[in-house]
Design a protein around this ligand. Structure first.
Ligand code: FAD
Ligand code: NAI
Length: 466
């Protein structure tokens, strides 16, 4: 019987990163993966394929709409969707191979099959009707999440799709109806809208992107509407009639009332994700779940069973790849006897649309609710020189600082490259920095990042270019 120091179940960003860190710390490590490829949701059907299509569709849109005004004259771009899907697949394959390489480099055994926890120190791995039991000092559950389903609406991944199907449509839908104005709806809606689909988004709440700063969400909604998105807020889809050539979705006001019917070629259901624990044997092994089906952990990622830990989408917290990765590192260090730690107050979030939306720390709503006195500094990209010359002036930077101490509590950005720009705010916050610290840090000119410095100056009511 094979024996290990650590067996990690799942090779998404949480699992594979945990395995690498544990190997670096001298542990004998194996990963168990039931999918044909390593990398989990993120690499195979999540972050990476969606970003490949977002990039390719953005280039398509730019070639069609932005080149001419810069004096770059090209004939109207033609869409070759199979080639675009091939571009996406090459990106997936490259990253998956990268994870395989990391496993080899760090001498981590890859056990292909479904993992089941038999109790402290024992994992059963089953594949093709055969199973083996492996012994290990510690186990990390990193089994991720699965799509949340809508009652009465069956996902066939062809006409009624989840994000997985929406990443692989074989033609551009004439009309795409999206259920849920969260991150997936707005990113994948952007992809297909740029490629020619008419997009309608139905959202249960009275706003898009719940959890993001309200002012940012409102302005972002206006930008998307200007691009051609249609939103039906405070509404829910209660059924989809699939009998005809065109789908007929029934939409009702969230508060109840008269229903209407919307026709669509494809319906994308993206109403969140749920922890994935199927077949893991948690109940029998005595691993406790919380009231939302997530594996319950203590502040050190330990479950209710000795020697069994859990990280990533399968536990509480934002379902983000970088959160899973940081937890993977922290738990490996804890198992090795070190003081692994994740600062949940400084986890950036990015929506990879055009413009991008990024955020770190508290929103204005959260500060109000907590009764924290704060000051706001804002700076629009219309006043940023680089954005002006590039004619990409949508959006603004918003900094929230403690009214008494000036410590930065939250930063929110809408704008091109906002996803790259957010990290200087994250580093500043990690070090407990103030708006004054940001305002006095020399920023290269001309960059979009100067808008962050100006927003920090605006906290003290002394922005220069406004
Ligand atoms: P996962 O990546 O879900 O990996 C879990 C792995 O465990 C899977 O490979 C699964 O096969 C395996 N597994 C499950 N059960 C077993 C078992 N019993 N035995 C063996 N193996 C098992 N996040 C971002 O931060 N940025 C983004 O841009 C982003 N884009 C996304 C786009 C889409 C369309 C989707 C769906 C998600 C996106 N996410 C993004 C979220 C991100 O994918 C997840 O937060 C991340 O993958 C979670 O990592 P994980 O390691 O916890 O789990
Ligand atoms: P989400 O939680 O971001 O958004 C779901 C939306 O659906 C919410 O606005 C919610 O109010 C709405 N909703 C729920 N039930 C509904 C109903 N019955 N009718 C209409 N609307 C309904 O979830 P999403 O977009 O599915 O993404 C899942 C996860 O994947 C998220 O947690 C996200 O963090 C992660 N992700 C991250 C990305 C990124 O970091 N760029 C990209 C894509 C996904």
């Amino acid at each position: 019987m094979a024996t290990y120091d650590l067996v990690v179940i799942g090779t998404g960003p949480g699992g594979y990163v945990c395995a690498v860190r544990a190997a670096q710390l001298g542990m004998k490590v194996a990963v168990v993966e039931k999918n044909a490829t390593l990398g989990g949701t993120c690499l195979n059907v999540g972050c990476m394929p969606s970003k490949a299509l977002l990039h390719a569709s953005e280039m398509f849109e730019e070639a069609g709409h932005s080149f001419a005004k810069m004096g770059v004259s090209v004939s109207a771009p033609k869409l070759d969707l199979p080639a675009m899907m091939n571009f996406k697949q090459q990106g997936i394959d490259g990253n998956v191979k990268g994870v395989e390489f990391l496993m080899k480099k760090n001498k981590i055994d890859v056990l292909k099959g479904a993992g089941k926890i038999l109790g402290t120190g024992k994992v059963e791995v089953s594949a093709d009707g055969k199973s083996q039991v492996i012994e290990t000092k510690s186990i990390v559950i990193a089994t991720g999440s699965d799509i949340a389903r809508l009652k009465g609406i069956e996902i066939d991944e062809t006409r009624i799709v989840s994000s997985t199907g929406a990443l692989s449509l074989d033609k551009v839908p004439g009309k795409l109806l999206i259920v849920g104005a969260g991150v997936i709806g707005l990113e994948l809606g952007s992809v297909w809208h740029r490629l020619g689909a008419e997009v309608v988004v139905v959202e249960f709440l009275d706003r898009i992107l719940p959890g993001m700063d309200g002012e940012i969400a409102k302005q972002f909604q206006r930008i998307l509407e200007k691009q051609g998105f249609a939103f039906k807020l405070s509404a829910k889809v209660t059924g989809v009639d699939t009998s005809g050539k065109t789908l007929k979705a029934t939409i009702e006001p969230a508060a109840g009332g008269a229903a209407e019917t919307l026709e669509a070629d494809v319906v994308l259901v993206c109403i969140g994700r749920v922890p994935y624990t199927e077949g893991l044997g948690l109940k029998e092994a005595g691993v406790a779940l919380d009231n939302r089906g997530r594996v319950q952990i203590d502040p050190h990622f330990a479950t209710s069973v000795k020697g069994v830990y859990a990280i990533g989408d399968v536990v509480a917290g934002p379902m983000l790849a970088h959160k899973a990765e940081d937890e993977g590192v922290a738990v490996a260090e804890i198992i090795a006897g070190q003081a692994g730690h994740v600062n949940y107050d400084v986890i950036p979030g990015v929506v990879y649309t055009t413009p991008e939306v990024s955020s770190v720390g508290k929103t204005e709503e959260e500060l109000k609710q907590a009764g924290v006195a704060y000051t706001v500094g804002k700076f629009p990209f219309t006043a940023n020189g680089r954005s002006k010359v590039n004619q990409t002036t949508d959006g603004f930077v918003k900094i929230l600082a403690d009214a008494k101490t000036d410590r930065v509590l939250g930063v929110h950005i809408i704008g091109r490259e906002a996803g790259e720009m957010i990290h200087e705010a994250a580093v500043l916050m990690e070090f407990g920095g103030s708006a004054e610290d940001l305002a006095r840090t020399c920023h290269a000119h001309p960059t979009r990042s100067e808008a962050i410095k100006e927003a920090a100056l605006a906290v003290g009511k002394r922005a220069i270019h406004m």
